[in-house]
Design a protein. Sequence first.
Length: 212
Amino acid sequence: MRTSKQYKDLTIKEFTRAAEIYDSGHAGIYEMCRDDYPPILEELKKEPFSDLLDAGCGTGPMIELLTAEYPDRRFTGVDITPKMIETAAAKNLPNARFVVGDCENLPFPPAGFDVVICANSFHHYPDPAAFFRSAAKVLRPGGRLILRDYTASAPLLWLMNHTEMPLANLIGHGDVGARSLKEVRKLAEDAGFRVETLEKQRKFRLHMTARV
């Protein structure tokens, strides 16, 4: 069993390499992350916001879409991998800033954001409860968390967590574990969130919206 630091070191090593290809048309397995962008965009259309945090932002592709869609809003991206943040910052996106930081301990003051989004990054967090607590802290009262990640039925989830992800670790990936809907609901509620939407969608995706 790896320690939290070992998982995070694996993630940083993996995405330091991936930063060079992440935005390209030949990003391999990382291209599937793009499936999560349209559902998040649809959620954001449902109500106004001023300040948005993208947790696990990578090279900033989601914020790139958002600055084009909402040029009058403010966007912050945070990622544990310095090379990802360097690549994102080099895009010079308007009204956007990018910060190196740990999503289990978000480096921002309390109540600074209307929305936190997290797309396909959650399964890299060794302490998911800490992420939910940190997200709740940085959201304003009534603020929303929009989370998308992997999930599956119980037998498939067991295979993912006990076979697929350990093998991924051996070849240098920082995956920690996929969570069931029940686990995610408990983590969110324990952190003070009120879950509004939580469902399993196609392509083994979990979709959740929750509010503080």
